[in-house]
Design a protein around this ligand. Structure first.
Ligand code: DQA
Length: 141
């Protein structure tokens, strides 16, 4: 059976392609999902792709992943820097987690340098643009 990887996206990522394209690029989240699906099928992986602007919805999706997923790729977006709830949910997930940021958060404002998720993640990616999503899939292969 192929591995199922949950790909979770936090607030404002629904605006990808429209929001600050000089930082996040011109691709939409739908473009990213389509490219990931292609790469996943080449790699023999399955993905569940999800975005929410609500912290609780992301927490509940991580709970769902406990029963179903073999790994999580998460771009928690702004919740990276604020959410103990997302960290606690990930701590209750027993498989690998990859934290992903489109931009290089370390090159940006100081408040983006701290992540609640990084201490839980097996790997952290930042600054690869939307290509990072595909590279993160390679990790699970
Ligand atoms: C982000 C970086 C975060 O600091 C920011 O709040 C986001 C997106 C990224 O993908 O680069 O919304 O996670």
């Amino acid at each position: 059976m192929s591995k199922l990887i949950y790909v979770l996206n936090g607030p404002n990522l629904n605006l990808l392609g429209k929001r600050q394209p000089e930082i996040y690029g011109h691709e939409t989240l739908a473009d990213v999902e389509e490219r990931m699906r292609k790469r996943a099928s080449t790699l023999g992986l399955e993905i569940e792709f999800f975005q929410s602007n609500y912290e609780g919805a992301l927490v509940e999706k991580i709970h769902e992943a406990r029963e179903k997923a073999d790994g999580i790729i998460i771009n928690p977006a702004a919740y990276t820097h604020t959410s103990v709830a997302i960290l606690d949910a990930l701590n209750a997930f027993d498989h690998p987690v990859v934290e992903l940021h489109i931009s290089n958060v370390h090159k940006r404002e100081a408040f983006r340098h701290h992540s609640f998720v990084s201490g839980r993640a097996e790997a952290v990616m930042a600054g690869f643009g939307t290509l990072g999503y595909e590279l993160a899939l390679e990790y699970f292969k």
